[in-house]
Design a protein around this ligand. Sequence first.
Ligand code: FMN
Length: 309
Amino acid sequence: MSKICDQKAFRRALGMFMTGVTVVTTTDPEIKIPAGFTANSFTSLSLEPPLVLVCLGRDANLYEVFERASGFAVNILSASQREISNNFASPIEDRFAGLDQTLSALQNPIIAGATAWFDCQFERRFVAGDHMVMIGAVQDFFGSDRPSLGYARGSYFNERLEKQALDAVSSDNLIRAGAVVEYQGKLLLQNGAGRWTVPSSTPKNSAAEAMTDLKQRLDGLGVTGEIGWLYAVEQESRHQCNSMYFHVLAAGVPESLPAGAELVPMQEIDFTCFNPFESGILERYVREHERGRFGIYFGTEEVGNVAMR
Ligand SMILES: Cc1cc2nc3c(=O)[nH]c(=O)nc-3n(C[C@H](O)[C@H](O)[C@H](O)COP(=O)(O)O)c2cc1C
């Protein structure tokens, strides 16, 4: 019997490993139609001979297709291809509809705009646990320096964007870290002296100190879960204090919260009770949550840009 009885915790621990995102494609040899699924289990295996590895769940609908295919292509998605990743992980009828793609020499679909791709012939495939390990002998490949899409802790990230934004707040100004904390479709908000805020640190001398303070505050509220991706960066000249806001998808929030803290359903948030910057952040969060696609804001209270993640 397995020693690992808490599967959720096991998955969460595995999710700490940052990966890229790939779409693995093939052409069904029987009905000659393209097939593909999103995978982050891709690994480079050998340089000589050139081999790559990817795993497919045994319960996947495409399992039999990949069992009889003679090869596959691994498309490494670029930072702007988040939607493609979602499509190839969803039960939609035609994942290739409207997709800009070509066929490789081995007849595997190659997705336009991918950072890199590897066209492979099956070297070996075998079952290990609940997955099939697929080892491909690379016959052809392409690589570019397009930034690739990242994935960690169950969320996508765009390393280049986050670095740009963090570089911008690393100045002589003080720095504050805040969090948009989501739990079961509600946001964790705090109310004091008639004003509402999101949980945040006090102004600190460095981003690291602000993050530590924010983490302590979240711990104090009983919020469990990791501080996730950067959601907004505000450069504020008047108060000599820059702010950075992070997304926290809470794993748990206590039923009885400390005084002043409340979990508020997104549709019931009164945005007028927040300072204009936080009001803008929360309005955008609720809107983006509905669409399932999030951006990152970078600017001042008055002007700035939202770049899609
Ligand atoms: C970022 C990400 C990575 C994934 N990695 C894998 C993987 O490595 N192997 C796998 O079998 N499924 C993986 N999945 C899930 C499959 O893409 C998903 O189950 C898909 O629906 C399988 O397609 P099928 O059931 O139509 O065959 C991943 C999903 C996402 C969003």
